[in-house]
Ligand binder design. Structure first.
Ligand code: PLP
Length: 377
């Protein structure tokens, strides 16, 4: 099946007693057993729930994976993946990783004797040089948040294979419509489903998809034992959102492209970061491993922080808020908002400064988004 069909039909089973076409919300914590340990496959909803199971089946199908696991947030999914490791492991992480992921690694997990090394993964030679026999995990986010670096997933898979490490790819920005990392050699794909998969800024969630049975069994155990699962209501809404992911992504892509081109031509804009622009330093890799470029666009305004604040206040369609990937357009100031927890010297090195603005282009009419930016500039 092709991706739009998969979006609509994956995990959709007609309910046998009524013929309902939609998966019911099984709002139950427990299940009656005939005899001790004799039941219909469900005993407790932290372990499994039919609504969640149908959603997880759909998640797996979207990434071409055998298995999908859902979590209460994107960071809960990150946490579960790190819990595969033993103390002493070395982890190579892309330097421009989402601020919250970096904070979890630096401030919570580092104290468990896990050695996180932040590397510029847009340079595969730097990753090769940093890999050692102690490297157990290579952590990639592509495109990165907020600098939109594109990392060559195939090259990272090669490094991971040579050192016997696992490759995790955070696919939140591309969505499974535009990028399927398992097909490029990743072992585990991660999503903050809060973003494009949820798509309506009304849910928090996360997901891991994988095909290897051993990884599934270990991660399923973490999900069950640590218990960071979505409620049946959230699982239902996420599954419902997945059905329109394909059509939404086409409009996000169209708007992202038009906004990036408009900004690149404007004299008040110093530089634009969008993988779909030919001027993007990794455009060739992006064009090879992605089918579209989503609605995320970062740019530097040619002006001071005060000019940036004036610009933000003038916007009428783009709302100033954290998060991304919803149907409505958002604008964010990474230095003061989403990436405030990134150490200052790292922010400087990456270029996350006072003039950097990140846009999440929604699915509104393209002309309205461009007109809004034009009047504010
Ligand atoms: C790329 C990326 N990964 C992971 C996360 C964390 O997800 P959540 O906020 O759902 O915990 C985010 C959140 O912004 C993100 O942008």
């Amino acid at each position: 099946m092709k991706p739009f069909t998969t979006c609509v039909h994956a995990g959709a089973h007609v309910e046998p007693t009524t013929g309902a076409i939609m998966q019911p919300i099984f709002a139950t914590s427990t299940y009656v057993q005939e005899e001790p340990a004799k039941h219909k496959g469900f005993d407790y909803s932290r372990a499994d729930n039919p609504t969640r199971q149908a959603y997880e089946e759909a998640l797996a199908a979207m990434e071409g994976a055998r298995h999908g696991l859902s979590f209460a947030s994107g960071l809960a999914a990150v946490q579960a993946a790190v819990q595969l490791l033993e103390p002493g492991a070395r982890i190579l992480v892309c330097d421009d990783v989402y601020g919250g992921t970096g904070r979890l690694f630096r401030r919570l997990f580092a104290k468990y004797n896990l050695d996180f090394q932040f590397v510029d993964m847009a340079d595969p030679a730097a990753v090769k040089a940093a890999a050692t026999p102690a490297t157990k995990l290579v952590w990639v986010e592509t495109p990165t948040n907020p600098m939109m670096k594109v990392i060559d997933i195939r090259a990272m898979a090669q490094v991971a294979k040579q050192t016997g490490a696992l490759l995790v790819v955070d696919n939140t920005f591309a969505s499974p419509i535009f990028q399927t990392p398992l097909a490029l050699g990743a072992d585990i794909v991660l999503h903050s489903t809060t973003k494009y998969i949820g798509g309506h800024s009304d849910l928090i969630g996360g997901a891991l998809m994988m095909s290897r049975q051993d990884l599934f069994e270990q991660l399923k155990f973490v999900q069950f034992a640590a218990g960071s699962v979505p409620s049946p209501f959230d699982a239902y809404l996420m599954h419902r959102s997945l059905k329109t992911l394909g059509v939404r992504m086409m409009q996000h892509h169209k708007n992202g492209m038009a906004v990036a081109e408009f900004l690149a031509s404007h004299k008040r804009v110093k530089r634009v970061m969008f993988p779909g622009l030919k001027s993007h330093p990794q455009h060739a890799i992006a064009a090879e491993q992605m089918l579209g470029f989503s609605g995320m666009v970062s740019f530097d305004l040619d002006g001071t922080y005060d000019d940036v604040v004036k610009f933000l206040k003038k916007l009428k369609v783009f709302a100033l808020a954290e998060s991304l990937g919803g149907v409505e357009s958002l604008v964010n100031h990474p230095e003061k908002m989403t990436h405030a927890s990134v150490p200052e010297e790292m922010r400087k090195k990456l270029g996350i400064g006072p003039s950097l603005i990140r846009l999440s282009c929604g699915i509104e009419d393209t002309d309205d988004l461009v007109a809004d930016l034009k009047q504010a500039l």
